[in-house]
Design a protein around this ligand. Structure first.
Ligand code: ADP
Length: 389
């Protein structure tokens, strides 16, 4: 009966507020309230507690079944705390004043003024646990005057939201710079410089370069969003990586450093992949090795089997290399070691982010190793998968 009442209370809350988490708090709260009441309000006599029916389970066991930190407080003292709460706040919190136990000014204020604002409305706690953590706290009153404090970890969703906001800001900034330059040259051409053929030619060349830069950026942004949209769709082409490498290096034959390309292609199983995405991956990784490698030094592309079910693709250059502290961040969007050099070489700062997403979709692995002054080696492992056709 107690559980039915709890479920009905939670359902009513959900229907009124459409808030699944508030309803969960009500469900836990009402369930605990019913347990505290010990079933005294039930018309039917309670059956004798048995392990089989589980009716001898105490509050501690009930709240321990909730993954997020949860506290039961009476007269501002912590009467019960589940495992999550004890891990977050310490084992000593039982019996403590909850405002001391939670040790956060915003939480203390809400807990001191329970009628403040909408009952059950969440508040956000920054830096509880450790400096970067973000929690949402909800407080729900029980019929007997006790309260349930429920904490939800929002660190991940906050970080994802920040990444999205940063990405939009960075993309806008990257587009605005060439656009401002284009507008400036158009303005100057319309005024005085347009009359002089040599100046006009020079300006048009710069404008073409800036327009191409915008185009590369827009193309990469579109690629990235397409690859992300297909993230959960397993690729289905049967791709011969050796042949694809031949194709991509042929496409790069007009670039200034094509003579430096060295191929070491072993016989490997085909991979189950997306041919156009894998071609883009090769373009980006080989393109980087050519861009950042030293002139007239080899860029080596090797393909070999890796165990039974993988192939290993390695692209090695003899460039200046990348200092170790940058390595973990290279696949972040718009992360560059040397922005000036990247822009000068026509980079968008999205190449390795695209590579990472393509590898994730193919359930592969990426490793970038580099030694300053010696060069960089990018290794990609791809599963051959089950290939029936
Ligand atoms: P970009 O368009 O700037 O080349 P990427 O995402 O492809 O962007 O690479 C990110 C950064 O990683 C580059 O700006 C560059 O600083 C560094 N990088 C990538 N590949 C190499 C390499 N082979 N050698 C040295 N630095 C590299």
């Amino acid at each position: 009966m107690a559980l039915i009442v709890a479920a009905l209370a939670a359902l009513t809350c959900y229907l009124i507020t459409s808030d699944i988490e508030a309803s969960l708090v009500v469900l836990v709260g009402a369930g605990i309230a019913a347990m505290i009441a010990g079933g005294g309000g039930d018309a039917a006599p309670s059956p004798a507690p048995t392990a089989a029916t589980g009716s001898d389970i105490g509050i501690e066991e009930v709240i321990d079944a909730v993954a997020e930190p949860l506290l039961v407080i009476g007269q501002n003292r912590v009467e019960a705390a589940n495992r999550g709460a004890r891990q977050l706040l310490g084992e000593h919190i039982l019996g403590e004043d909850v405002r001391v136990a939670i040790r956060h000014p915003a939480a203390a204020e809400r807990l001191s003024n329970p009628d403040d604002g909408v009952p059950g409305a969440p508040i956000h706690l920054v830096g509880l646990g450790n400096r970067d953590q973000r929690w949402e706290m909800r407080v729900q009153a029980l019929p007997d005057g006790r309260r349930i404090v429920h904490l939800f970890d929002r660190t991940g969703s906050y970080a994802a939201e920040r990444m999205r906001v940063d990405f939009v800001a960075n993309a806008s900034h990257e587009l605005r710079t060439p656009l401002a330059s284009l507008l400036g040259y158009i303005e100057t051409l319309r005024e005085e410089a347009g009359d002089d053929p040599a100046t006009r030619e020079r300006f048009l060349k710069i404008m073409f370069g800036e327009a191409r830069r915008m185009q590369r950026l827009v193309d990469d942004l579109i690629s990235l969003s397409r690859i992300e949209a297909e993230k959960y769709r397993a690729p289905s082409d049967k791709v011969e990586l050796g042949t694809l490498i031949e194709q991509v290096t042929a496409e790069l034959s007009s670039s200034p450093r094509s003579a430096d390309l060295v191929r070491r292609i072993a016989d490997v199983q085909p991979v189950r992949g997306d041919a156009s995405q894998l071609s883009q991956l090769l373009h980006n990784v080989i393109g980087n090795a050519m861009k950042y490698g030293r002139d007239a030094t080899p860029v080596t592309i090797s393909l070999a089997p890796e165990g039974e079910a993988m192939v290993r693709l390695t692209v090695t250059d003899e460039g200046e290399g990348i200092p170790a502290q940058h390595l973990p961040r290279l696949t972040e969007r718009f992360y560059r070691v040397d922005s000036g050099r990247s822009r000068q070489a026509g980079g968008t700062g999205l190449g390795l982010a695209i590579v990472k997403h393509i590898i994730e979709r193919h359930r592969g692995r990426l490793d970038i190793a580099s030694t300053v002054g010696v060069g960089t080696s990018v290794t990609i492992l791809l599963p051959t998968g089950t290939l029936s056709s």
